[in-house]
Structures are given as C-alpha cells and as structure tokens.
Design a protein around this ligand. Structure first.
Ligand SMILES: Nc1ncnc2c1ncn2[C@@H]1O[C@H](COP(=O)(O)OP(=O)(O)OP(=O)(O)O)[C@@H](O)[C@H]1O
Ligand SMILES: [Mg+2]
Length: 198
C-alpha cells in the first residue's frame, strides 16, 4: 500500500483538488481510497455531487475502507505549523505540498522546506497562470535553486477545476480541450510519483 498525503501551510491552494486528481490517477492503477481528513469535507462533498472513480471516506470509516487498498490519498486542512508537517511526513510515503507561484508564497515554502529537512516530500506548483505569465517557471527555478524538491510538472490555472468540483467529477470527465490539458498536468505529476515509488 502506498500512502500519499496532501497538505500545506495555507488554505485555498488546491490541496483538495490535488487529492481528488491524484486519487483519480491512482484509481486507474489499483484500488484507491481518498481519506477526507478536513472538517470542511471538500472531497466528500465533491463525491456526493456526482461520482468519482474511487471511494471517499471520512476518518471514521477510513480504517475499514483502506484495508486492501493499493493507494491511499489523504486530504488535510491547512497546517500553519511545520512540526505538524514533519509528523505527517512520517505517516506516509510522500507528502505533497501544493503552492501557488507568487512572491508571497515563496518565503513560507522555503521555511516549510527547511523545517521538513530530509522528509519525503515534494512541492507542487498549482493554479499556475497561463503564458505569457512566467510566474510558474520563475518560482520553479527559485525552488530548485534553494534545494526544495519540486515536481517537474505544474498544474495550470483553469476554470475547469471549479467546474469539475461543482459537477462532482474529475476534470478529465469534462470534454473541452483545456480541461483535458489540465488533466494531463495531474497525469504528469502521477507519473513522477510512480517513478519515485518504483
Ligand atoms: N488549477 C486550478 N485552476 C483554477 N482553479 C483551481 C485550480 N485548483 C483549484 N482551484 C480552485 O481553487 C479553489 C480552492 O481549491 P481547493 O478547495 O482544492 O483548495 P484547498 O487548499 O483544499 O482549500 P482549503 O484550505 O479550504 O481546504 C477551488 O474553488 C478550486 O476549484
Ligand atoms: Mg481542502
């Protein structure tokens, strides 16, 4: 069983969106359960509005549901304290830290990275504005320069994500081209994770 936890020090940075789409990716590979560890129940509500290709459990059902799962994705609320993050890292195979590419996010990301030390984690750039903006690339370069492990793939900003959430489906179920391209972004992240876990 591989356990992946999505977390971060900040709210509203696509943690739940990332958890849902990585679980979608894993669901093509094996039995997948998403554990919704956030009291605001974003993932459970997402599932209840439509249908997702994996089970979503709250923490009360999690123990039973995850038995026999190949992949477990845990969505968490924002955690401003990095000591919590270190503890979380110990409980999973990979911690994924979504972050938006803006100047105010760089410093806290670097601090978090410093506190996490050599824990098993990767930063993920999300809600990346489209070309001609260079914000994604610039922050990517900055993180690498500072020695922060970061996924090569970034997740573009597109209205398809809130649309998919509203419809209760993963973005790959939407048919327009930009939605499929955005699904490709999460697939690329999934491929990198599978490479890490090989
Ligand atoms: N790549 C994206 N492009 C555009 N909008 C996005 C993208 N990813 C997420 N969003 C939107 O941003 C909002 C916040 O996303 P989400 O709920 O996943 O964040 P969160 O970090 O889990 O928030 P919280 O801290 O409240 O749990 C949602 O409306 C979501 O649809
Ligand atoms: Mg959330």
């Amino acid at each position: 069983m591989n356990i992946l936890t999505v977390t971060g020090y900040k709210g509203g940075v696509a943690k739940s969106t990332t958890a849902v789409h990585l679980a979608t990716y894993f669901s093509d590979l094996g039995k997948t359960v998403l554990v919704d560890g956030d009291a605001n129940r974003t993932a459970l509500n997402w599932a209840s509005r439509g249908s997702l290709p994996f089970r979503v459990a709250d923490e009360r059902q999690a123990v039973r549901l995850v038995s026999g799962a190949d992949y477990v994705v845990i969505d968490t609320p924002a955690r401003p304290h990095s000591d919590d993050l270190s503890e979380l890292a110990k409980g999973c195979d990979l911690l994924v830290l979504p972050t938006t590419p803006d100047v105010v996010s760089l410093q806290p990301m670097l601090e978090t990275a410093r506190d996490l030390g050599d824990a098993n984690y990767r930063a993920l750039l999300v809600i990346v504005p489209p070309y001609p903006s260079r914000e994604g690339e610039l922050m990517h370069t900055d993180l690498i320069k500072e020695g922060v492990p970061v996924f090569k793939a970034m997740i573009r900003r597109t209205v398809g994500f809130p649309k998919a959430a509203l419809a209760g489906v993963p973005i790959r179920n939407l048919t327009d081209k930009s939605a499929l391209a955005a699904w490709g972004d999460y697939q690329a992240v999934g491929d990198e994770i599978m490479e890490l876990w090989r």
